[in-house]
Design a protein around this ligand. Structure first.
Ligand code: CNA
Length: 280
């Protein structure tokens, strides 16, 4: 929208306007959508940032193209690049960021309708966002199974394999297929929970999009399901998707942790947020 178009819902299309909306109790059903950018300050690289992203640094894995590391047909031929990466990304090594804690705080205040995350690092969970509030749209490292017969594979064994960068195989002798954490690869179906919940943005009274390039479908279509007139906030290094095209879209371009701190401050929640984060 151009600057002359007035907002429909907010007092002003600014952080202050948005914080006013929250302080007035108008945001009671908040949907949050996140991506790799909320975990970069925890030390986990994103995919697409030009020099620091994983795709820019995958040369050492000798891939035919960067996305192959998460491509199911490539994995079948050569699982080693994925397991090299899994060794680096495996949960348990990283501390949630203040942005993860902000989502937890929204839930503690009874305002979180649902968190849709593309991340597989489980940091939202570690920050204390409850299981039933999270839709891990691209799966996670929480479980692993055989890619052929789907038999589950034990947690302790996958951990050992990933630590040692060894490739795990199905324990059923008659099968012997490759085992893979249940993160969604290109060419695989998204989890049922995504499809069961994808209508929820239409019920939201506030949408917050954090740290994602919004380039992977169908996740990228979620903010578009919010009703017209429902404020949408983007906190990201760059403008993405259709955020910024509606009269009540607020853009806070820059670092997520900085943006979240500014929002928390404007809502009067900053001390509480910092205290929560300090305990992580
Ligand atoms: P992406 O395509 O790499 O985009 C990341 C976005 O975040 C970009 O727009 C960046 O500009 C922005 N960004 C990076 N750092 C910051 C920061 N500190 N503050 C604000 N903005 C920042 O990642 P997406 O999540 O959009 O892509 C979807 C893929 C990436 C999903 O399938 C994930 O599984 C996958 N991924 C996940 C992780 C993880 O779990 N932490 C890490 C790397 C990739």
């Amino acid at each position: 929208v151009d600057e002359a178009t007035p907002p429909w819902t907010l007092q002003s299309r600014t952080l202050e306007g948005l914080a006013g909306y929250i302080r007035d109790g108008k945001a009671k059903r908040v949907v949050v959508m996140t991506g790799a950018g909320i975990s970069t300050s925890a030390g986990i690289p994103d995919f697409r940032s030009p020099t620091t992203g994983l795709y820019a640094n995958l040369a050492r894995l000798n891939l035919p193209y960067a996305e192959a590391v998460f491509d199911i047909s490539y994995f079948r031929q050569n699982p080693r690049p994925f397991y090299t990466l899994a060794h680096e990304l495996y949960p348990g090594k990283y501390r949630p960021t203040i942005t993860h804690c902000f989502i937890r705080l929204l839930n503690d205040k009874g305002l979180l309708l649902k968190l849709f995350t593309q991340n597989i690092d489980c940091l939202e969970r570690e920050a204390g966002v409850p299981d039933d509030k999270i839709v891990e749209a691209h799966g996670s490292f929480a479980r692993q199974s055989c890619i052929e017969c789907k038999t589950l594979y034990p947690d302790d064994l996958i951990r050992k394999h990933i630590e040692e960068m060894a490739i795990p195989f199905c324990q059923r002798k008659s099968c012997g297929g490759l085992v893979k954490p249940e993160i969604v690869f290109f060419g695989e179906q998204l989890p049922a929970a995504f499809f069961a919940n994808r209508g929820l943005p239409a019920e939201a009274d506030l949408c917050i999009v954090l740290g994602t390039s919004l380039t992977v479908q169908p996740f990228a279509s979620l903010p578009g399901f919010c009703e017209e007139g429902v404020p949408r906030l983007l906190i990201n290094q760059e403008q993405v998707g259709s955020l910024g095209s509606r009269p009540d879209d607020v853009l806070l371009l820059g670092d997520c942790d900085d943006g979240v701190r500014k929002l928390a401050k404007a809502c009067g929640w900053l001390e509480e947020l910092e205290a929560l984060w300090a305990k992580m």
